[in-house]
Design a binder for this molecule. Structure first.
Ligand code: GDP
Ligand code: MN
Length: 398
């Protein structure tokens, strides 16, 4: 589950990570109130107005703007709220901005210029260890840094048994070229950030930029946080942070129905039981010249109701030109699944206008094929995996 910047910052703050403070608002009146409140609490005279959407690169897209008066807070908030913000990370049409974060300006002048660093915590799947990635080249272009000057990005791996050790936080702070008070602050920052990552069961915390202010404070200006969905059961308060407006509506509906569904760009809908079979089904569709329109694992209980729900969800995608049902009857019996497919098809009347290829293998597969063939419905049955894929190819070519 992805979080908004302001939500990630609240979590960071609760673990003692210093943040650029801000208040979220969904209309320009509240934005002005927020700005006034921040001025009282932090003494700031300028504010940054930051679009809250689940995508980075907002600064480049015009979603992060400096306001030097309450009047500007109002006009800028008004123009950002409701806009379709386009950044390199949004879909082409952009993402609608429902909320803005009114934040204190932390780039104020002082002894030296503020400096931007990059820092993230995530799992290195190759080594099976968490790692902290960091760089002096923070700010808006870390992707370019990674591509053109990868040697400027450092990584520090953390032993899962020992956890982050004090010398590692010190090493990171030194490598960032810090000294004095800023060095001390960075050491605290790194250990608090890592604690936040571990204890919130996150799969990523990315802070870009981490800022050294002109008076040597170290703070998080941005936050991009992904929490592990499978751990949300033990973070009831975080689970409530989900913003469904940011998510794919078909996926939201499928997940609510207990289906593991991921929307993809192709033209062949897949209905499969088991994640492994679903993956290999997608491979075979591709080999046969099609493109999977989705990943869908209907799970162990492929009864009529579930099959119908799955059909309805697959059919919401207008690109789907054929559906391949590929079920292995291990615990579930194939004839029951076949009956489910037939019942669902009948229940849906004429909602299904595209060919359906059904391959059922395993317990009672022969009875299942018979049921499909006798049903009189426009459902094409197959026994072998390759045969099913060939039939998909055939209907796509027609
Ligand atoms: P992103 O573009 O989506 O990554 O959004 P960020 O939160 O990282 O902000 C983008 C940029 O806005 C930062 O790199 C800064 O240059 C700028 N910015 C953010 N906060 C402030 C601030 O308090 N004052 C000023 N002057 N600029 C800021
Ligand atoms: Mn950023």
């Amino acid at each position: 589950m992805n979080l908004h910047e302001y939500q990630g910052k609240e979590i960071l703050n609760s673990f003692g990570v210093r943040i650029q403070r801000g208040i979220v608002a969904n209309n320009h009146k509240k934005a002005v109130d927020a700005a006034k409140q921040l001025a009282t609490e932090t003494g700031t005279g300028w504010w940054v107005i930051k679009a809250q959407i689940h995508a980075g690169g907002r600064g480049k897209g015009g979603g992060v703007k400096l306001a030097k008066s309450l009047q500007e807070v109002e006009t800028i908030s008004n123009s950002i709220l409701g806009m379709m913000l386009k950044t390199p990370q949004t879909p082409p049409q952009g993402k609608k901005v429902n909320q803005v974060l009114i934040a204190e300006d932390v780039y104020y002048p002082g002894d030296h210029e503020p400096e931007e660093y990059y820092m993230s915590v995530l799992l290195n799947r190759a080594t099976g260890k968490n790692m902290i990635m960091y760089s002096t080249e923070g700010g808006m272009d870390i992707e370019t840094v990674a591509e053109e000057t990868p040697h400027l990005i450092f990584t520090e791996e953390i032993d899962p048994l020992l956890g982050l050790l004090p010398f590692q936080s010190r090493k990171i702070a030194f490598n960032l070229g810090l000294s004095g008070g800023a060095l001390k602050e960075m050491i605290k920052f790194v250990s608090a950030l890592y604690k936040a990552y571990i204890e919130s069961d996150a799969s990523m915390f990315e802070i870009n930029p981490v800022l050294k202010t002109s008076d040597d404070k170290i703070l998080a200006v941005d936050s991009k946080v992904t929490l592990d969905d499978n751990a949300l059961f033990r973070h009831k308060d975080y689970a409530q942070l989900r913003d469904l407006r940011e998510e794919n509506p078909i996926e939201v509906e499928a997940n609510a129905a207990g289906l593991n569904y991921v929307d993809l760009d192709g033209n062949v809908g897949c209905m499969v039981n088991g994640a492994g079979l679903a993956m290999s089904t997608m491979d075979l569709i591709k080999q046969s010249g099609g493109e999977p329109a989705n990943f869908l694992d209907v799970g162990g209980t492929a009864d009529a109701k579930r099959v119908e729900t799955a059909f309805r969800i697959i059919l919401k995608d207008e690109n789907v030109k054929a559906i391949l049902v590929n079920i292995f009857g291990g615990i579930v019996r194939c004839d029951r699944v076949a009956q489910g497919v037939i019942d669902a098809y009948k229940n849906m009347g004429d909602a299904i206008k595209i060919p359906i290829i059904v391959r059922l293998q395993g317990t009672n597969a022969i009875e299942a094929k018979q049921l499909i063939d006798d049903s009189g419905l426009a459902v094409i049955s197959a026994t072998e995996f390759q045969e099913a894929a060939d039939k998909v190819k055939e209907v796509l070519n027609n």
